[in-house]
Design a binder for this molecule. Structure first.
Ligand SMILES: [Zn+2]
Length: 246
């Protein structure tokens, strides 16, 4: 057995025996893995802080057949501000569960990890609307997973969308007027169409630099919800929590 080093963020923590924790970690270069942290429940443990939800740490661990056994862990970023605000916490929990439920074990997904860390940083450290931050994350997550390719061209016929966009989740996103009339869907507000176009064409922190009206937020939420239910696994635990803070 050799020791491996990796940086990763805790997506989920469950109990392991009386004092330990079993962590679901989203690690750079490796993807989603299970890490056991002995004694992590004790406040005196060296794993006490790094084993918390949302904590991004540098680990060293022995690799067993199906999981890693943590030897050391040092916190890189705890995103502790998330815990100081119930809304920040609710949206962060939602995107974390969404990531956990839709990430295959042991398959590296560094672009998604970068997006996830950026979204958490925006939610925890800025006053950017956490609801919009979560929607930006969802749009790009769907895109990275191959489901929401574009919003500036029709998902059905490929023609450029100029004046009117119709949203149809099962057809893969935005349709032109003709395809929308044929296949059905919801007419998008100009603001919703521009928001989707902007997100899908931008990268990094820039994605989180626009604001929209309440009406647009509501429509984005509805469309993305339909698309997640169509192609992915929808979070259950955090969805209820989210409803309670809205
Ligand atoms: Zn079309």
């Amino acid at each position: 057995m050799s020791i491996e080093k990796f940086d990763g963020i805790v997506l989920k923590e469950t109990e392991l025996g009386e004092t330990g924790k079993r962590l679901t970690v989203f690690a750079k270069d490796i993807g989603k893995i299970t890490v056991s942290a002995k004694g992590a429940k004790s406040a005196k443990s060296r794993f006490s802080a790094p084993s918390q939800l949302f904590c991004y740490s540098s680990f060293s661990a022995y690799k067993n057949k199906n999981f890693y056994n943590a030897v050391t862990a040092e916190v890189i970023e705890s995103f502790y501000e998330i815990r100081t605000d119930i809304k920040k916490l609710a949206y962060a929990c939602f995107i974390t569960e969404l990531t956990d439920k839709n990430l295959m074990e042991g398959q590296s997904a560094d672009e998604l990890l970068k997006l996830f860390l950026t979204a958490l940083a925006v939610i925890s450290k800025t006053d950017y609307d956490e609801r919009l931050a979560a929607l930006v994350f969802e749009t790009k997550f769907l895109n990275l997973s191959g489901y929401f390719a574009q919003a500036d061209k029709c998902a059905e016929c490929g023609i450029e969308i100029t004046d009117e966009g119709i949203f149809n989740a099962s057809k893969g996103g935005v349709l032109c007027r003709d395809c929308g009339t044929l296949c059905g869907g919801e007419k998008l507000l100009v603001g919703t169409l521009s928001a989707f176009e902007y997100i899908l064409l931008s990268k990094g922190k820039k994605m989180f630099s626009f604001r929209v009206s309440e009406e647009v937020l509501f429509q984005m939420e509805k469309c993305l919800g339909e698309m997640i239910r169509e192609y992915m696994v929808m979070p259950e635990n955090s969805a209820g929590f989210l409803k309670s803070v809205k």
